[in-house]
Design a protein around this ligand. Structure first.
Ligand code: NCD
Ligand code: ZN
Length: 344
């Protein structure tokens, strides 16, 4: 297969940042129909009012003629109230609430220390049908960085789902065989997003000939057997697994430094990178469901009536891309990508 047509896809996990960076990032992702926009700004987006204001800034940053639709999320803190959940459920622009274990990742300091203690808020979310998006990593400093997801799934997520069986939960950017097995065995209320970089790379990529800061993200890339489990899940036709890029831009100097930020930027080639991963697994035919149908089904939204086309046609990724007044280094900088998303 050298060409593939699919309904216009959506990105169910995206970082658009804010301020001067917003126009470049919105432009990079606007080929998608919709995107779940992460709330880990400084300060975090903790209220419906803040989410609505952020949405307006995103809409204003769209390229002329773009109909890209941002789907907003709230950042869960220990202070989030059931009343805010109710307000989120009533607001057409807010689609989910994001749980960051405190300090687990970029701008997660305002996150939650004791996940299960948020029971009242989780009950309100279940009552009002608001999905919980989970950054699933243990914050116990004794836990090895490569085990943080497996430990969180076993010790926290399992209990969370047992205690709140009606709550809809997405294990964001699942990165381990343990995470995949958990989601597969869980009730249909539980799903997961998978990034293109976790499908294409294992942890060796961070150390290829030296340390590669642009391959560092959280959850960190794992050993090859986990990548294989993710590929199997993504291409299996199981509607619990769908596309979420976790494209996470950071200015070049904040990556190329003694203590670099976590995050891989993939928005410039998101669908193309998934096509490569699916193609290499001999499963291109499974891409339209994963990229365009299973996400909307989970969120109770319509599949896009528009179609887009991918062609097998190599192109070279620029070394740098603009990010506000600075620049970023995209995934595959200076290298080629095997598929092209054709303009519509
Ligand atoms: C994300 C970011 O930079 O905001 N970083 C990352 O490595 N994925 C946060 C996140 O999703 O963990
Ligand atoms: Zn993310």
């Amino acid at each position: 297969m050298d060409e593939l047509e699919l309904p216009r896809p959506d990105d169910w996990h995206l970082h658009l940042r804010d301020g001067a960076n917003l126009p470049d990032l919105v432009r990079a992702s606007a080929r998608f129909g919709r995107a779940i926009v992460m709330p880990n700004l400084k300060p975090p987006v903790t209220t419906v009012a803040a989410a609505r204001a952020y949405r307006e800034r995103i809409l204003a940053a769209r390229p002329a003629g773009s109909d890209f639709e941002p789907l907003m999320t709230l950042y869960l803190t220990a202070a989030t109230s059931p009343a805010e959940v109710e307000a989120a459920a009533r607001d057409a622009s807010v689609h989910a609430i994001k749980l960051y274990p405190a300090g687990a990742t970029t701008n997660a300091d305002a996150g939650v220390h004791d996940v299960l203690a948020c029971a009242e808020v989780f009950r309100a979310m279940a009552d009002h049908g608001v999905p919980l998006l989970v950054h699933g990593e243990s914050i116990d400093p004794r836990v090895d960085v490569f085990d943080r997801e497996a430990v969180f799934v076993r010790e926290t997520l399992a209990r969370l789902i047992e205690q709140h069986p009606r709550l809809r939960v997405v294990l964001e950017h699942v990165s381990t065989a343990e995470g995949v097995a958990f989601v597969e065995a869980a009730p249909p209320t539980v799903a997961a997003t998978i990034t293109a970089h976790h499908l294409l790379y294992d942890r060796n990529a961070m150390f290829q000939g030296g340390i590669r800061p642009h391959m560092y993200c959280l959850p960190v890339l794992k050993r090859a057997s986990h990548r294989e489990a993710l590929l199997r899940a993504a291409t299996s036709g199981n509607p619990k697994f769908f596309l979420g890029t976790d494209s996470a831009p950071h200015a070049r100097p904040t990556k190329e430094t003694a203590c670099g930020c976590a995050g891989v930027f993939t928005a410039h080639a998101a669908l193309e990178l998934y096509a490569e991963a699916f193609d290499a697994a001999g499963a291109l035919a499974a891409l339209p469901d994963f990229a365009s149908r299973f996400g909307p089904a989970f969120y109770g939204l319509p599949v896009s009536p528009q179609t887009v086309r991918l062609r097998r046609e190599p192109w070279r990724v620029p070394e740098r891309l603009p990010l506000g007044e600075g620049e970023l280094v995209p995934l595959r900088a200076g290298e080629t990508i095997a598929w092209r998303w054709l303009p519509t």
